[in-house]
Design a protein around this ligand. Structure first.
Ligand code: 13P
Ligand code: SF4
Length: 305
């Protein structure tokens, strides 16, 4: 089937089945173009809750689809690609969390949304890069066990000198591949450019930023800014929306390895198959785990919305 026919059939099937297609900014351009909603991980978890459609095709990595399912157990959340998973989500174990919980009385386990449902079930609250600061500033606990992203954890720790942070060692292989030297070179070549950084980057890169924030935050910053040139320290998929919203601005990317292979492996054919096969890609969760994880995610929406 050629691309145009495939797109036409997806749109027709979507209408017939009253399904919704949501996508993260890192998926391929043609999928972002086709999706009803494109956003960062916080927005996607919110939109799946707000919309009435009972069938949602999720074009992103597993933890994003799982979060949508936890918040909407009555809806059918189907991963366009079951193989798309975020390695960082698996870099902490339940045992590690339980061990730290036993060591501290006044402790909040703050879990980055890039984690499995089992990890969210052990957490007191979930955060994303767009709301972590706002949420932690409302927590009463002195000790914060931040899992699994060490980079985001270090960035947050610097902003809360009165709290005691215990950090984990998880990381994103895409964002941590960006080096300070590469950003410095671009700054020399384009001195007027503003540096926009995702907080999953190394702290030495984050320290060079004019703006630090989620994918949606970076897009919003560049769109509102009067400046014309930007150095983007994030995954390349974000360029599609940046250029679409800002056709007269220039965006420079850093590094050569800034591609999330899990996000990029999702194809139009996968979206079509998800719409035709339905239940084979349906997310199923243990309700006992989902219930506990729901508490941490609902709390995120209450404190971080
Ligand atoms: P955002 O919440 O900024 O979309 O980040 C998700 C992610 O996985 C970044 O690597
Ligand atoms: Fe995970 Fe990094 Fe891909 Fe985001 S970019 S989904 S953190 S591997």
């Amino acid at each position: 089937m050629d691309t145009q026919t495939l797109i036409h059939r997806i749109k027709k099937l979507k209408k017939e089945k009253n399904a919704l297609i949501v996508a993260h900014y890192y998926v391929k351009e043609e999928i972002q173009e086709l999706a009803d909603y494109v956003g960062d991980s916080y927005y996607l978890s919110k939109i799946c809750k707000e919309r009435e459609e009972k069938h949602i095709i999720f074009c992103g990595v597993k933890f994003m689809g799982e979060s949508a399912k936890i918040l909407n157990p009555e809806k059918q959340i189907m991963m366009a690609s079951c193989k798309s998973d975020c390695p960082m989500a698996h870099m902490i174990t339940v045992n590690q969390i339980e061990t730290v919980k036993r060591q501290y009385k006044d402790l909040a386990v703050v879990c980055y949304i890039n984690s499995t449902a089992e990890i969210k079930a052990c957490a007191d609250i979930v955060v994303t890069s767009s709301n972590a600061y706002r949420i932690i500033s409302q927590l009463k606990e002195k000790n914060i066990f931040f899992v699994p992203d060490a980079q985001l954890g270090q960035y947050l720790m610097k902003q809360f000198p009165d709290k005691h942070f215990i950090l984990d060692s998880g990381y994103c292989y895409v964002h941590t591949s960006i080096t300070r030297e590469e950003v410095e070179k671009l700054k020399v070549a384009y001195p007027k450019a503003k540096v926009l950084v995702h907080p999953e980057c190394l702290l030495e890169v984050v320290d060079m930023a004019d703006y630090v924030g989620s994918t949606a935050g970076m897009i919003q910053y560049a769109t509102k800014s009067k400046e014309k040139e930007f150095i983007i320290c994030s995954e390349t998929g974000i360029l599609y929306e940046l250029k679409k919203k800002n056709p007269h601005k220039v965006f420079y990317t850093v590094g050569t390895a800034c591609t999330c292979t899990d996000m990029k492996q999702i194809t139009l054919q996968d979206v079509y198959d998800a719409l035709t096969l339905y239940s084979s890609v349906d997310i199923q969760l243990d309700e006992r785990i989902a219930k506990k994880a729901r508490h941490a995610l609902v709390r995120m929406h209450e404190l971080g919305g």
